[in-house]
Design a protein around this ligand. Structure first.
Ligand code: GTP
Length: 380
């Protein structure tokens, strides 16, 4: 067996093993199933494509060229779909499917003969370069958004290398100006071995990154309302206080809100109604906040809001939120349930975290003692 043939078999074994391991991830383990199943299928198609291309002889046939190449292109369409699912990047199927369709039509119109191999190789390399380039963009965008540019760079690197290899192959083809394409050289085959390995490792790293994102989200969000939880709010509060200190005079407002007679909602309508009331408050308030205002579930039926305003505007905002909830009862089976909320507002003005929260809590207590369904501003 020649070294070239041996290297092709190594790529086959790598793709086959990767397909098997992705299938294990997708089905028995159910880890990132939508993405893992596409990665498994992508590797299977790539494996078939390689097996068919191994049979290429002096006389090209549909199977060993057209079908083999189309399987290879479809494999990359699936890898792109998988990455899209993994990072919830939204549908972007048009370009990959169009690339596949254009290649399929072109392959169908080319007769399987030696003079077509130039066009086959040209089409295959262009399509794979385009699809791998898309993978670079997707992985880079997602990893940079969720982690940092370094993570984006490292995870996207194998796909960038593949794009470069395919472009190199294209340029060397263009330089040849001849219709019959010689078999890939040793350097190209070695790069296929390495890239098959590196791309699958990068995809594994993408899945691990995805799991980390989920764990991080769960650790920082309240499962019932989907709002940031106390842990995230504590961190943001510290950041806000540090920012307020740096910009002397800026200060920072804290608004503590507590649903009124919430125990009664639970007792009269059941715990599910209580849960729905908490979600209802979040749904009622979120559209009324600006993106920079952070609303969190502080615990039980208490919510903490960090409005990016001065105390007077903060008080007006609290009043608007109070009125909004009072005007929007919770729709429930036995009839709408009226909900009201009491709010305590405090402004940092040189106070530390503990004093600020204590003041907001004291203001809230006064709002409750004063008859509920009202806003009380802590003294400056
Ligand atoms: N359904 C539901 N109830 C909760 C949750 N967390 C806390 N509670 C309930 O919230 C109720 C809070 O009751 P209290 O602290 O007496 O307050 P309240 O009835 O709202 O009275 P005031 O605050 O004085 O107006 C308790 O019955 C808790 O069991 C939750 O996640 N879901």
């Amino acid at each position: 067996m020649t070294t070239n043939a041996l290297l092709m078999w190594v790529v086959c074994v790598l793709a086959g093993t990767a397909a098997f391991l992705w299938a294990v991830m997708a089905w028995p383990l159910r880890v990132a199933q939508a993405a893992s199943s596409r990665f498994a299928l992508g590797n299977v198609l790539f494996w078939f494509s390689l097996l068919l291309s191994q049979q290429r002889g002096a006389a090209p046939s549909w199977w060993t060229w057209a079908v083999s190449d189309l399987f290879g292109i479809a494999a990359f369409v699936l890898l792109r779909e998988g990455v899209q699912h993994l990072f919830e990047l939204g549908p972007a199927r048009r370009v990959p499917l169009l690339a596949f369709a254009v290649c399929a039509i072109a392959y169908a119109s080319l007769p399987p003969q030696a003079s077509s191999t130039f066009a086959y190789t040209f089409l295959y390399s262009s399509a794979v370069a385009l699809l791998a380039g898309g993978l670079v963009e997707q992985v880079w965008r997602a990893a940079r958004r969720e982690f940092n540019p370094w993570a984006g760079l490292l995870l996207a690197a194998p796909f960038a290398l593949l794009t470069a290899v395919m472009l190199l192959r294209l340029f060397s083809l263009l330089g040849q100006h001849n219709e019959e394409v010689p078999a890939d050289g040793l350097a190209m085959l070695w790069s296929f071995v390495l890239l098959t390995l590196l791309m699958n490792l990068s995809l594994v790293a993408c899945v691990v990154a995805r799991l980390l994102i989920i764990i991080r989200r769960q650790g920082e969000h309240d499962a019932l309302t989907g709002l940031p939880n106390r842990r995230q709010m504590e961190r943001r509060l510290q950041q806000e206080l540090a920012r307020a200190q740096r910009h002397a005079g800026a200060g920072c407002c804290v608004l503590l809100a507590d649903l009124d007679h919430f125990k009664r909602v639970n007792d009269q309508h059941g715990h599910d109604a209580g849960d729905a009331a908490l979600r209802h408050l979040a749904a009622c308030w979120l559209p009324r906040l600006r993106t920079e205002d952070l609303l969190a579930r502080w615990g039980g039926e208490e919510f903490l809001l960090l409005p990016q305003t001065l105390p007077e505007q903060g008080a007006a905002m609290a009043e608007r939120l109070r009125a909004a909830l009072a005007e929007q009862p919770l729709p429930w089976q036995g009839g709408p349930i009226a909900l009201t909320v009491s709010l305590g507002l405090a402004h940092s003005a040189g106070r530390d975290r503990a004093a600020l929260l204590r003041d907001a809590d004291a203001a809230l207590y006064r709002a409750k003692a004063g008859g509920r369904n009202r806003v009380v501003l802590a003294p400056a």
